[in-house]
Design a protein around this ligand. Structure first.
Ligand code: SIN
Ligand code: MN
Length: 265
């Protein structure tokens, strides 16, 4: 799957692109089952919310789950990013974000590249997220909020917030957010399960807590051009990867091959 010139134009203008219905219900079922499996694992990569129980993020799930390994090499995710970053990419970070029903906590306002530059010494913002919605993301279950066009202003000052959630994050102050929202507004990135969201690593975004009875799993592949790999190895390998080899995409039906629904029918 490759992006059209019009889609590329929209991505550069607004800082993001939502692609509905990129994965079908059979593929999504494989991934939803996989998410439940990894959330139940007692591993250091599976970060919990402040309650110490609820899964918040399963880092590096492509290293210990077959469905997520395949998703990390899926051509429908890798090819469009290679197109936008103009070359081969490696996996800088891989997260399965749970945003559990009732308890899924906030992600504060931030830029991903701000963290990658400060913590990992990634030389340039030649890296980006591509996110697959495993559940519907609706008004009530903590969808991503983004500030359109905020990707064009470089890296903002940020403070290291160790308090608000269980996960440390470089976050932007209220004055900056107010100014950016005055200029660009806020978009709530609603979409059906199977949709894919791509966004600039300098796009300012956050997500509210999930007070609804509906979980909201999203898988994030943070892909970086192979020439732009990180220079500092301060964070654990499972948060900021050190394998800079180019990802070789798998066949398009690689997730379907794991589906029991397919094999019995
Ligand atoms: C993130 O911005 O890294 C995660 C946000 C979310 O999953 O809501
Ligand atoms: Mn982020």
């Amino acid at each position: 799957m490759y992006l059209t010139p019009k889609q590329i134009q929209k991505f550069h203008r607004t800082g993001y692109l939502l692609l509905p219905d990129l994965f079908d219900p059979v593929e999504i079922k494989v991934l939803r089952d996989a998410a439940e499996t990894v959330y139940a694992l007692e591993r250091e990569e599976v970060f919990r919310e402040r309650d110490g129980k609820t899964a918040r993020t399963a880092f590096a799930a492509h290293h210990y789950n077959e469905a997520f390994r395949r998703l990390g090499r899926h051509p429908r995710l890798i090819h469009p990013v290679e197109q936008l970053l103009d070359g081969k990419v490696y996996m800088h970070q891989y997260k399965v974000n749970a945003k559990a029903a009732f308890t899924g906590d906030v992600w504060q306002w931030h830029q991903d590249y701000g963290t990658w530059a400060r913590d990992d010494l990634m030389p340039a913002a030649r890296a980006m997220n591509i996110a697959l919605y495993v559940d519907d993301a609706v008004e009530f279950n903590g969808p991503l909020w983004m500030i359109p066009r905020s990707h064009k202003q470089g890296v903002f000052e940020a403070g290291h917030d160790l308090q608000t959630t269980s996960y440390p994050l470089w976050t932007l102050d209220r004055e900056t957010i107010t100014k950016l929202v005055d200029e660009g507004g806020i978009v709530s990135a609603h979409g059906k399960a199977g949709s894919v969201l791509m966004f600039y690593s300098t796009l300012v975004h956050c997500s509210p807590p999930n007070l609804s009875p509906w979980p909201r799993t999203v898988v994030y592949l943070s892909l970086c051009h192979v020439d732009n790999h990180i220079r500092r190895f301060k964070r654990p390998e499972w948060i900021a990867h050190r394998d800079f080899s180019p990802i070789e995409p798998m066949p398009d039906d690689c997730l379907r091959q794991l589906s029991t629904a397919d094999t019995v029918s």
